[in-house]
Unconditional design. Structure first.
Length: 322
């Protein structure tokens, strides 16, 4: 019988390099013939951050990640990982990164354990089975350790990709759409695990189309549009500064006064009923709204204030609103 010991504290090593940025992107440009994929992108991701890289399809997110990972070269500008240039010091930079690609890429002829052993070998790691067992345990892959890769479901293959990115214990983890097309169970397992790594001091960079994930997980986000950074701030600051809040008003009788109609977020509400979503920037604006309703003779049945979310911010920015 083989007994595996699971450690109570997750033992990824921590890297601290004199307050140096985990990832520094300087004026990066990249073109594919006539297509300008990146247009002078600059940003700094600090050690220990949980950083979101957001944008619509074609915004340049995957191109930027490929350049960060050293899989693609910028036409201009440069990227460093903990001070190591991804071109001139490729080996040092790549050892500090664990990248989970968007595509499901795997070798169908090996088991999960064999796949992770080979990945360890790429980084010169020998006798890495204890760590491989640890990673498989945290990703609920233990029962599939000896299963052939081609026999796994899409969700299980996605877990193996995450495990592959972590076999060399990287201080910086880059996740490109890691939960695309996977079930709720995997999403919860993955985020619990990745959040723990982040709490232990590891830098995490996430691209995702699930904006509720980005809002819940990321301390700071950058939004890309047509190859340019169009927003870069803490998640909380973006929500406060760009979208403000929403005041949901339901009337028992009367109609919305003309003075408040410009605040309605959804114009169809003016036609369909007595419930209105009003845009406001601050709590101090609630009383003037109530005063206008009282003066018009409208009777309020229900009223509540709702903070706008990251999706509201994203839509405004992508539509060019400020």
């Amino acid at each position: 019988m083989r007994i595996r010991i699971v450690h109570s504290a997750f033992p990824l090593h921590k890297v601290s390099l004199a307050n140096m940025a985990a990832i520094q992107v300087n004026n990066v440009e990249k073109s594919y013939k006539a297509l300008k994929a990146l247009r002078g992108v600059s940003l700094s991701i600090e050690e220990g951050e949980f950083f979101g890289l957001l944008g619509p399809n074609g915004a340049g997110k995957t191109t930027l990640i490929s350049i960060i990972a050293g899989l693609n070269r910028a036409d201009a500008g440069n990227v460093t990982v903990h001070g190591h240039d991804t071109v001139t010091a490729y080996r040092q930079a790549r050892k500090l990164l664990g990248v989970v690609p968007q595509e499901l890429v795997f070798d169908p002829f090996f088991t999960v354990r064999e796949t992770l052993r080979m990945q360890s070998g790429y980084y010169g790691l020998k006798n890495n089975d204890a760590w491989i067992d640890e990673v498989m345990h945290h990703l609920d892959l233990t029962s599939k350790a000896d299963a052939n890769m081609r026999a796994l479901s899409g969700g299980m293959k996605r877990r193996v990709l995450v495990a592959q990115a972590l076999v060399h214990k990287p201080p910086v983890i880059v996740l490109d759409e890691p939960t695309a097309g996977v079930d709720v169970e995997l999403r919860q397992t993955l985020w619990k695990f990745i959040s723990r790594l982040n709490r232990d001091g590891h830098t995490v960079v996430l691209t995702t189309h699930y904006l509720e994930e980005a809002q819940a997980l990321c301390n700071r986000v950058a939004m890309l549009k047509a190859g340019q950074v169009v927003a870069l701030d803490t998640t909380a600051s973006l929500i406060r500064r760009i979208s403000g809040s929403q005041l949901i008003v339901q009337l028992a009788s009367g109609t919305l006064p003309d003075a408040l109609k410009p605040l309605v977020s959804h114009p169809e509400e003016l036609l369909t009923g007595r419930k209105y979503t009003l845009r406001i920037n601050d709590h101090s604006e609630v009383e003037p709204v109530l005063a206008a309703l009282r003066q018009s003779g409208a009777v309020v049945e229900d009223l509540h204030l709702q903070q706008a979310d990251l999706e509201d911010v994203f839509i405004q920015i992508m539509e060019g609103e400020k």
